[in-house]
Design a protein around this ligand. Structure first.
Ligand SMILES: [Zn+2]
Length: 678
């Protein structure tokens, strides 16, 4: 059986494991394209030299040549190409696009793929090149959907399953193979979304995005972003997504950021034949190079002249090796970036490699809201500013929204706007704040890259954990200025003042001569404001009802635990300045705010396990708050809305309901058992 499990994530990008009859592969995965006859690098060496775990070959070519066909039928695909791991097969769609009609029907080519033991068999989809006008692309898409339905029916023997990442094909040997259905629709996002919805409703193991090679070849990456993001809106969230023909390492991070799990490359061999070398930052012809800017074994043991003087087949082989080294090295960089939740940073770096990729980054900015829904609420590392496009990142959008919607500035005589400063702001500005508060009842807000940061929120992710240059680019500065204006405007009755040093004392003295000095309890303000931003105003009020006691860390002097009315409701995580829920807090939330807010509903069997402090797996989830983001705090409740545990969500609602495997909530504490890991 073919199945897919998400083991880590950064927004839409996922680390995962794809299981097939011939073994499993880590995702994001790169599938080198293997030609059954012309093997620039034999597949048997692909694992050892590059760490390849899965390859792709073309069933149409195999079927078309009698010596390939007979050997494949006799020895299986692995025997034919000399590879003992998972193999995906393509169906001839690209050949039909390149050379016109193909001499095979969909039932024939699917049957053939099954008989030769392909792990992932691809439908014969209908390619719409970018120049296809919309009406024609629409009619081809309808035909493509009809074919997808036929493929699913043929593959699953009727009554295709629409649940989970399961493709259940029965091949001669009795093992279950997976079906690949492909999204088409030309360059039209609305058609791509419709096509994706059609495919998501059918049984299949992998969802491919097809018809995009001409876009990539002509560097139309911005349009690529629009069609992939459109498809992702409608694709089944629990199935892996294959981006057909995305073989250049400079775009791997971008593809992963959009939620593509599988990529394939024939470019490594094609480029090598043309004397071209691929790098994560672009392409160079061997003739242009006087040095080899790469650390792979080929480049470390040759100089450009040495490579140029090699006889033809040997040089092509060496360049192909370099191209695969560069590709797999970039793939590992992408995986590590996902593991660290810093894929955006990597994408920003790579997109500086080519203006067309920078266009793609700007196009991505147009999908910020879609990306934000999947972006983690926190991460381990700091937010690194990379350039004006860093403004597109989900953290920026989210911070502005949360401050606008959830923060309430308590009444005061004056609001003082402070400029960006070393973090934490409250420490940097401590003496100034004290001097001002001795004379006036004042509140403070810092003008940061993220927009307005009320001083009591300066310890929260991402603000405290961000590295931004002292001189902002003009676009970011303009965005920040707009956000500050909106913030001041929303305060209405407040008098606000931009602090400009000593003369601001005089200015303030002139406007408010008889101030009432009020020194704030900053820790108390911090607790309230942080809880409001994380859980919403009403939820925070319920969490903090009763006499508040703050337990400070003996080492740092910072708040560690919050007790309300004698109950331990929250703990503060030092790393990101965010609260984690404790069971009494979880009970208060459920009593105060109605479903589905802040909840993950599990079936009653799983409720018992969660109550004992065990993690919640997605297949037991019945419902979930649609507003939950990965890494946010949630309350696990049973079917009668009784709180049974609290913890951190690892998936969003659509994923919890779609995945049949994988963890949905990392439980910290159950209602009935001892507390687990925090
Ligand atoms: Zn190299």
């Amino acid at each position: 059986m073919v199945s897919f499990e998400m083991t880590g994530r950064d927004g839409l990008a996922r680390l995962g494991r794809l299981y097939t009859p011939h073994g499993s592969a880590t995702t994001p995965a790169l599938l080198p394209v293997v030609h059954p006859g012309i093997q620039t690098i034999p597949p048997s060496e692909m694992r050892r030299l590059f760490g390849a775990e899965i390859v792709i070959t073309n069933s149409y070519i195999i079927r078309g040549r009698v010596e390939f066909r007979e050997r494949a039928l006799r020895e299986g695909l692995g025997g034919l190409i000399g590879w003992d791991g998972p193999v995906m097969t393509d169906s001839g769609t690209f050949q039909s696009y390149m050379y016109g009609e193909v001499e095979v029907s969909q039932p024939e080519i699917l049957d053939f793929q099954r008989r030769i033991g392909s792990d992932l068999c691809t439908m014969l989809d209908i390619f719409s090149p970018p120049e296809t006008p919309e009406p024609e692309a629409a009619s081809r898409l309808s035909e493509n959907s009809r074919r997808a339905g036929q493929a699913s029916e043929l593959f699953h023997g009727g009554g295709g399953t629409s649940q989970g990442a399961r493709g259940k094909g029965q091949m001669a040997g009795g093992e279950e193979q997976g079906l690949v259905l492909a999204v088409q629709g030309g360059i039209f996002p609305n058609l791509r979304e419709r096509s994706a919805a059609d495919i998501a409703g059918l049984g299949c193991a992998v969802q491919a995005i097809g018809g995009v090679v001409p876009l990539m070849e002509s560097y139309r990456f911005a349009e690529l972003v629009d069609v992939v993001m459109a498809a992702k809106r409608a694709l089944h969230p629990a199935r892996p997504v294959h981006l057909f023909g995305a073989g250049h390492p400079m775009m791997f991070s971008l593809a992963a950021l959009m939620g593509c799990d599988l990529l394939d490359s024939s470019s490594y061999a094609k480029y090598a034949k043309d004397g071209r070398m691929m790098f994560s930052w672009g392409t160079r012809h061997l003739d242009e190079l006087s040095h080899l800017p790469c650390g792979c074994p080929v480049c470390a043991s040759h100089d450009p002249e040495g490579l140029r003087s090699l006889p033809d087949p040997e040089r092509v082989r060496k360049l192909a090796e370099h191209n695969l080294h560069a590709s797999f090295s970039e793939l590992r960089a992408v995986r590590q970036a996902i593991a660290e939740s810093r894929l955006w940073e990597l994408v920003e770096e790579r997109c500086r490699g080519h203006p067309a990729l920078l266009d793609a980054l700007h196009a991505l900015g147009g999908h910020a809201a879609q990306l934000e829904r999947f972006a983690p609420a926190s991460r381990t590392g700091a937010f690194f500013y990379k350039g004006p496009e860093s403004s597109f990142r989900p953290e920026v959008l989210r911070w502005e929204r949360l401050v606008r919607e959830r923060y309430t500035m308590p009444d005061s005589e004056v609001m003082v706007c402070l400029e960006e400063a070393p973090k934490p702001y409250s420490r940097h500005y401590a003496s100034l704040v004290r001097r001002i508060q001795e004379r006036w009842d004042a509140r403070f807000v810092v003008t940061s890259f993220f927009g307005p940061v009320p001083l009591e929120l300066d310890g929260m992710y991402p603000v405290a954990q961000s590295l931004v240059p002292s001189r902002l680019d003009p676009e970011s500065a303009a965005r920040v200025s707009r956000a500050m204006k909106r913030f001041s405007h929303d305060l209405r009755s407040q008098f606000s003042l931009v602090w400009e040093g000593e003369r601001s004392f005089e200015a303030l003295g002139a406007v408010v001569p008889e101030g009432r000095g009020v020194v704030s309890d900053w820790e108390m303000l911090r607790v309230r404001a942080t809880a409001e931003l994380q859980f919403g105003r009403d939820a925070a009020a319920a969490l903090l009802e009763g006499k508040l006691e703050l337990v400070l860390s003996p080492n740092t002097g910072r708040v560690r635990n919050v007790l309300a009315g004698g109950e331990h409701v929250l703990s503060l995580r030092a790393r990101d300045g965010l609260f984690t829920l404790r069971m009494p807090g979880a009970r208060r939330l459920v009593a105060a705010v109605g479903p589905p807010r802040l909840r993950v509903v599990v079936d009653d069997d799983a409720a018992g396990f969660a109550a004992a402090g065990k993690n919640v797996f997605s297949r037991f989830v019945k419902e979930c708050d649609p507003e939950i983001r990965p890494m946010e705090e949630v309350v696990v409740v049973d079917g009668s809305d009784r709180p049974v545990a609290c913890g951190r969500a690892l998936m969003v609602r659509s994923e919890m309901l779609a995945f049949t495997r994988g963890m949905a909530v990392r439980v910290r504490e159950g209602s009935g058992g001892p507390p687990g890991e925090g």
